[in-house]
Write a protein that binds this ligand. Structure first.
Ligand SMILES: Nc1nc2c(ncn2[C@@H]2O[C@@H]3COP(=O)(O)O[C@H]4[C@@H](O)[C@H](n5cnc6c(=O)[nH]c(N)nc65)O[C@@H]4COP(=O)(O)O[C@H]3[C@H]2O)c(=O)[nH]1
Length: 735
């Protein structure tokens, strides 16, 4: 038992020495003790050691001596409460231990571990001894630890992730969230092997390999693992796992099934969006391409429309519209500069025959070549245009009459070269009419009209030539227009009539054939010569209708004469080249003969040499067809055209009619005599009959007889007369 004694209270030499040593030892013991020790009597600090003073913030024990122990407590209540609690135990002679907050000298509180004991449990007045240890730091650490543990527990319990502790792949502990996540009751999983929350052995083993491999290298695992609920449904988890040495491992699993599902849905939506964007982009691209194409197409269409409106589709030459525009411009310039200008109208002679006999393809190819040849002849700034068909118009700015004539001459020269179309070698000649500005017309229409009229004159004057427009032509062209209009109504108004002129056998004086000649008597215009109106009918196309009427009427008349007893008489009908090139001609002839009830050899068709000029081969085919049907063919006006001897051989002709231009001057012109004589001999050599036209005198007849000409026709015997008038002549002269 410790009795605190003041050293000065001890006296006596021996006692004093050992007592002093004891006291020193006690004092040393007190001073070196690691805990604070205090002796309190009547709630007053009677004695304490250095450590005690330090704990309460005093420099030395002396500073505390005499202090009320109450000041060392936080407050009076705490002091009394401790007294009440401690003295129950102390009075029983027990040691009282507790941990209490105490107060330092500066007022701060600290935790202290107190151990007290009464000196004499029977008498509390003797005081008590207390050891005090400053456990404030330890207490704070403990509190901190407790708080941390509490927090950990809260985290463990409240975490929104599953937390699992495993040892050797068996669950030692897990939080509620893990159980709930997998659908288990609290504690149901304790001790279970981790295999329990995998769908199959394979998945479990695979997860084991993936997760434990990093553990072996001291690393943690982080990854996605598919676990399995109690009811079998899969749970996709984001798993973090860490090895804890001998403690096993801790696993944190977060259910990301929904997130994964949402991610998948998002990815799908994203993919769909991308697909839609791609689709839209593609559509947009296509729309842009379509639009672009449409714009290009429209531009091309516009260009094409503009081109078609201004150019001839076949030859690529300017058409009438562009020609008119250029002409107007050229006329304006010529007017202001006082310079000349020529317009040349070109029509191809017998071009239609090419089309009819060789087909449009050949005709088109020929027109293209002709267009190129025309372009090659003229200057750069001249315009070569095609109006359609075989009509071309040249606009020659700056060209006077001399210049235009030179161009026409060059064209004639250029046209002399044959055209090679496939295996066909074709020659084509132009008839050209020239009109000059300003004398022949002040504007485009007037100039082209004048050039057109001049071109007709060139045609009439033998074709393959050119003519300048003259005022006299103007009058004639007006006449042609007048005739064309009048001719349209001539047939329906019965103004047409046939006259017949006999052809006399020179040797016997007998009539074997009459030539039907067309007559037109107009109420105002009077009698119009076929030489004038037949070309008009040919140009306007009316010749086909008129020609058929002539054939029908002539055959009907012949049939009537035959019925009257003139049963061996024949009729000769003139055939225009245009009629001849009609593909249905042979069929039509047969039909009309059949309608009249006449044999084919009752009809003789008079052709002009012109029919064979453009395409002898096609002409030959038509002639063969007619001959095959039994119709006789004769060549009219022979000697004026260009028939070659070799062609004649193949033409299957029956007769040559010697043109009246050779007969007219037989008496005075030895050349004509020579020609007529040669024709007759040639015909004889070819086995052809000969008929001389326009025989007006006995001397002409005599010469023809001497030369061996078979027949004669002319005023010497009879002019062409109406059927009724010629009948008596025929009755006398027909056998
Ligand atoms: N100077 C003179 N002339 C004589 C004499 N004898 C007859 N003539 C005339 O000579 C022409 C002979 O007919 P062409 O050469 O076939 O020439 C014909 C013929 O090419 C054509 N033509 C007449 N009728 C038709 C027809 O129906 N169809 C076709 N396509 N042409 C016809 O018109 C041309 C002229 O016929 P026309 O005026 O009737 O003139 C006729 C006739 O009247 C004579 O002794 N002296």
């Amino acid at each position: 038992m410790y009795h605190p004694v003041e050293v000065s209270e001890i006296s006596g030499p021996v006692v004093g020495t050992s007592l002093q040593r004891t006291l020193r030892e006690q004092q040393t013991l007190l001073d070196s003790a690691g805990v604070g020790i205090v002796f309190i009597r009547n709630r007053i600090v009677v004695h304490c050691n250095q450590r005690y003073a330090e704990i309460y913030g005093y420099a030395s024990p002396q500073e505390l001596l005499g202090h009320s122990s109450e000041t060392l407590h936080p407050n009076r209540d705490a002091f009394r409460a401790l007294g009440r609690e401690a003295y129950t135990t102390l009075c029983e002679g027990q040691t009282f231990r507790c941990e209490r907050q105490m107060r330092r000298r500066d007022g701060t509180l600290f935790w202290a571990s107190l151990t007290g004991r009464l000196i004499n449990p029977q008498d509390t007045r003797e005081g008590s001894i207390w050891t005090v240890d400053d456990i404030d730091e330890h207490k704070q650490t403990q509190d901190l630890l407790r708080t941390i543990q509490l927090e950990k527990q809260v985290l463990f319990d409240q975490a929104m992730v599953g937390i699992v502790f495993l040892r050797e792949r068996h669950l030692t502990r897990c939080n509620r969230h893990f159980e709930q996540m997998l659908g288990y009751e609290p504690g149901e999983l304790i001790g279970s092997p981790s295999r329990r929350w995998y769908r199959s052995d394979a998945e479990w083993e695979d997860a084991g390999k993936r997760c434990y491999a990093p553990f072996a290298q001291g690393q943690s695992f982080a990854g996605e693992v598919t676990l399995c609920r109690k009811d079998g449904t899969p749970v996709v988890c984001d798993v973090r796992a860490k090895a804890m040495g001998a403690q096993g491992s801790v696993w944190i699993a977060m259910d990301i099934t929904e997130r994964r599902r949402a991610q998948e849905a998002l990815a799908k939506a994203h993919e769909e969006l991308e697909r839609q964007v791609r689709e839209r982009t593609r559509e947009l691209h296509e729309t842009v391409v379509d639009l672009h194409r449409e714009i290009v197409d429209r531009k091309e269409d516009q260009d094409r429309i503009h081109w078609l409106a201004h150019y001839d589709a076949l030859t690529g030459l300017p058409n009438r519209t562009l020609l008119a525009e250029r002409s107007q411009q050229a006329i304006r310039e010529a007017a202001s500069a006082g310079t000349p200008l020529a317009v040349m109208f070109i029509d191809l002679d017998h071009f239609k025959h090419v089309n009819d006999s060789l087909g449009h393809r050949v005709g088109d190819a020929l027109l293209i070549q002709i267009g190129n040849r025309l372009r090659a002849v003229v200057r750069e700034y001249d315009t070569v245009s095609r109006l359609g068909g075989d009509e071309f118009v040249l606009l020659l700015p700056g060209a006077n009459a001399q210049g235009a004539a030179r161009v026409a001459g060059k064209l004639l020269e250029a046209f002399r070269q044959p055209y090679q179309i496939g295996h066909h070698e074709l020659t084509m000649a132009p008839s050209m009419g020239i009109a000059l500005y300003p004398s022949d017309g002040q504007d485009f229409d007037a100039l082209t009209q004048s050039a057109d009229v001049a071109m007709y004159r060139a045609k009439r004057d033998g074709r393959a030539t050119f003519r300048f427009f003259t005022p006299e032509m103007q009058a004639q062209s007006l006449r042609a227009l007048q005739l064309e209009n009048a001719l349209r109504r001539a047939m329906e108004r019965q103004q047409l009539e046939l006259h017949y002129q006999p052809q006399i056998n020179i040797a016997t004086g007998q009539v074997r054939c009459v030539e039907a000649l067309l007559r037109w008597t107009h109420p105002e215009l009077g009698r119009i010569s076929p030489a004038e109106f037949i070309p008009v009918a040919e140009n306007s196309g009316q010749i086909l209708q008129i020609g058929e009427w002539v054939l029908r009427t002539a055959l009907a008349q012949l049939q009537a004469w035959r019925a009257q007893g003139l049963d061996r008489i024949k009729v000769a009908v003139n055939l225009s080249a245009i009629q001849f090139h009609q593909p249905q001609l042979p069929e039509m002839v047969s039909r009309l003969l059949a309608q009249a009830g006449l044999p084919p050899d009752a009809l003789e068709l008079e052709l002009t040499e012109g029919v064979a000029v453009a395409d002898p081969r096609a002409a030959m085919t038509t002639m063969q067809q007619l001959r095959a049907r039994g119709v006789h063919l004769s060549m009219d006006d022979f000697g004026t055209g260009y028939s070659s001897l070799s062609q004649l051989k193949h033409f299957q002709l029956y007769k040559l009619k010697i043109d009246q231009s050779f007969v007219r001057d037989l008496e005075h012109d030895s050349n004509d005599r020579a020609i007529v004589s040669a024709i007759i001999r040639m015909a004889q050599a070819l086995g052809l009959q000969t008929t001389a036209e326009g025989v007006e005198t006995a001397a002409q007849l005599q010469f023809l007889r001497e030369q061996g000409c078979d027949e004669a026709q002319g005023y010497h015997f009879s002019p062409p007369q109406a059927a009724g008038q010629i009948e008596s002549f025929l009755l006398q002269r027909c056998v």
